[in-house]
Design a protein around this ligand. Structure first.
Ligand code: DMJ
Length: 673
């Protein structure tokens, strides 16, 4: 614009500091000769036509530009040098990886760095473009197979050793870039070779099972193989019809969403690891790496997402040593923290993990006591791993507060607590079942997790068990089964939830850790009762709730079932307790009872096209009325405890080194016994 205007107005005024074209030089006006001599002459003429001021300014500009040019050349040179050096460093690191691995062919991968410097939301690193899928190379006989597929007669140890040898051979021959741990999971080199953070101490490293190859081999039992088969059948249904969704609906061959976070897949990760299902694990890991996103506008229940998702990710991190799971655990842990922003610091039940807001249920400002007191194992462990104490602080505060509260009855707690006042509400009702159950479980388990030092936890636990004995224990007729009933405003009810069957296992764990021997006696009588809750029912499966007969009546069993209570959700509690009882006593009857239960699950809940379903009527073997839902805890807990129950290997999740969270995810004991 300016150029055109100047040309139209004839020769420019000399005072302007601008290069303009006179009419004779304008393109297309004539006299245009592009020879070098013409251009040189023309430039010189122009230069002479400029005033002294104009010339000085132009010269100054040239000088200034020259100086800038020199400066930027020097700094670019430095940057270029560092880029070149960095890529050399990278090459060196990559070349060193195989050498380091060979120099130290540990059974387990190097500890993963828990990077506390990345801030609260490590999603930046998670949003990296997905890595190319791990491709197995080499002849098929060098490829790693799922340990149990071809080796009915092989022992677990044999198979693990065989896998290790193959892995080493594969590494040498093909300079495989991925690390394969003892269960065959693939860990990307860039994660596993990170140096441990300076903030992370020995204890804060993944606790993966160590030195197993020095032990006597423990054979895999036929029953364990049956559990593997059951798991594979359940997984097939999930994979075919519900992949990446929360729960399988095996009859309608579809899925249901609760949080929309792949709940079953996450809950099942460590089960696959424990069962040795490497291929399934690897596939699920890929989903976690590429598709599990917590930045979603969705309300989740604090307790359920803590025990299933946070707990599942943490235990899988410990078993596999794969830092992917720790990164994901940190992400969800941070996103759950808004729940603790309440007047009383007693957390709200629900959190929107995308928005960072939390709230109680719509109809009340109460939270459930079991929920706010059964998230501690997971948050405490997250603090230990990350070095960020905020997680532990928040949950410890809840326990300290509950410790001081009035409204307990000989250590038994009510079912609700108010998030504003911090006080118990709905006083006078006491149960070991729904809404209170895992409060008792986590008192003991936190005490064990922390190295048996936190005396208030132990005090509360011991007092509560005394409360159970005093107020809730009764014996049924005709078999005189000891059961745990409920107390409502001074009235005893002979009602017992299947959920209460966690108690024998917890009591046995306490006795194993040095608590009163009569806890073990009680555990023995209670597990018999829980077994009878299955054995006395037509399908051999327990209903959700039973009522015990307190008075002998002709033709009546101990167990009565109300129509509204006769469903079975594939729950784990009895199998869980059978596992503890077998571990601590070695009495085979516990395995036999578990075997009966597995067979009945197969008989009445197995869906031919894949998956297992909860049922509506445990009293009708000819039509148990399938409900069309496989709960995530069937894979996370029930089948895992079955597999462990049928194992004679006490180091397969050693109970002196690991503590199971209430969703059966093993976390390390901080100071192992
Ligand atoms: C699981 O989510 C946990 O075991 C919880 O403690 C109780 N309910 C289910 C299993 O029954």
């Amino acid at each position: 614009m300016y150029l055109g205007a100047a040309a139209a107005a004839g020769p420019p005024r000399r005072d302007f500091i601008s290069v303009t074209l006179g009419p004779e030089e304008a393109v297309g006006v004539g006299g245009y000769n592009n020879s070098k001599a013409w251009r040189r002459r023309s430039c010189w003429r122009k230069w002479k036509q400029l005033s002294r001021l104009q010339r000085s300014v132009i010269l100054f500009l040239f000088a200034f530009l020259a100086v800038c040019g020199v400066i930027s050349y020097t700094s670019m040179g430095e940057a270029w040098k560092s880029i070149t050096n960095k890529s050399l460093d990278d090459q060196r690191t990559e070349q060193e990886i195989p050498r380091l691995k060979l120099a130290n062919p540990a059974v387990l991968p190097a500890p993963q760095k828990a990077d506390v410097s990345r801030g609260d939301y490590p999603e930046l690193s998670l949003q990296k473009p997905p890595k190319p899928p791990h491709v197995r190379r080499g002849p098929s006989n060098l490829q790693i197979k799922a340990p149990w597929r071809d080796m009915k007669l092989k022992t677990r140890q044999d198979s693990m050793r065989a896998v290790e040898e193959l892995v080493e051979a594969d590494k040498v021959e093909k300079t495989e870039k991925s690390i394969i741990s003892w269960r065959g999971a693939v860990i990307e080199p860039d994660q596993s070779t990170e140096p441990p953070s300076s903030k992370i101490t020995e204890l804060e490293k993944p606790s993966s099972v160590e030195a197993e190859d020095q032990k006597e081999p423990v054979p895999i039992s036929e029953r364990q193989l049956a559990v593997i088969e059951a798991f594979r059948h359940a997984w097939k249904g999930y994979k075919d019809f519900a992949w990446g969704h929360d729960e399988l609906k095996p009859l309608s061959k579809s899925y249901s969403e609760w949080f929309g976070l792949g709940l079953t897949l996450i809950d099942a990760l460590d089960t696959m690891w424990i069962l040795g299902l490497k291929e399934e694990f690897e596939e699920a890991r890929k989903w976690v790496a590429n598709d599990l996103v917590f930045d979603k506008n969705v309300d989740v229940n604090l307790f359920e997402s803590t025990i299933r998702i946070l707990g599942g990710l943490l235990s899988t991190y410990h078993l596999s040593g794969d830092s992917l799971f720790l990164e994901k655990a940190k992400d969800i842990g941070n996103r759950l923290m808004p729940a603790f922003k309440t007047p009383s610091k007693i957390p709200y039940s629900d959190v929107n993990i995308g928005r960072g807001t939390a709230h109680p249920p719509r109809w009340t400002s109460d939270s459930t006591v079991a929920e706010v007191t059964s998230i501690q194992l997971e948050f405490r462990e997250l603090s230990r791993l990350t070095g960020d104490e905020k997680f532990q602080k928040a949950v410890d505060e809840v326990m300290k507060h509950v410790h001081t509260l009035s409204g307990k009855n000989d250590g038994l707690v009510p079912m609700f607590i108010n998030t504003n006042s911090g006080q118990f509400t709905h006083l006078g009702v006491y149960t070991l079942g729904a809404r209170a159950d895992s409060y008792y479980e986590y008192l003991l388990k936190q005490w064990i997790q922390g190295g048996k030092k936190e005396n208030e936890l132990l005090e509360d636990y011991m007092r509560a068990i005394e409360g159970v004995k005093k107020h809730l224990l009764q014996r049924s007729e005709p078999k005189k089964l000891t059961f745990v009933g409920e107390l409502a405003h001074g009235h005893f009810s002979a009602k017992m939830d299947h959920l209460v069957c966690f108690l024998p296992g917890t009591l046995a764990l306490g006795a194993h850790n040095g608590l009163a021997a009569d806890h073990m006696k009680l555990a023995e009588t209670l597990i018999e009762t829980c077994y009878q809750m299955y054995a006395q029912v037509e399908t051999g499966l327990s209903p959700e709730i039973v009522h015990f007969n307190l008075h002998a009546q002709k033709g009546h069993k101990d167990v009565e079932i109300k129509p509204a209570d006769r469903h079975n959700l594939l729950r784990p509690e009895t199998v869980e307790s059978l596992f503890y009882m077998y571990r601590f006593t070695g009495d085979k009857k516990y395995q036999d009872w578990g075997w009966e239960i597995l067979q009945n699950f197969n008989r009445y809940t197995r869906v031919p096209t894949g998956g297992y379903t909860s049922i509506n009527n445990v009293q009708n073997p000819s039509n148990p009325e399938p409900r069309d839902k496989m709960e995530s805890f069937f894979l996370g807990e029930t089948l895992k405890y079955m597999f462990l129950l049928f194992s004679d290997d006490i180091d397969l999740i050693n109970l002196d080194k690991y503590i199971f969270n209430t969703e059966a995810h093993p976390l390390p004991i901080w100071v192992p016994a």
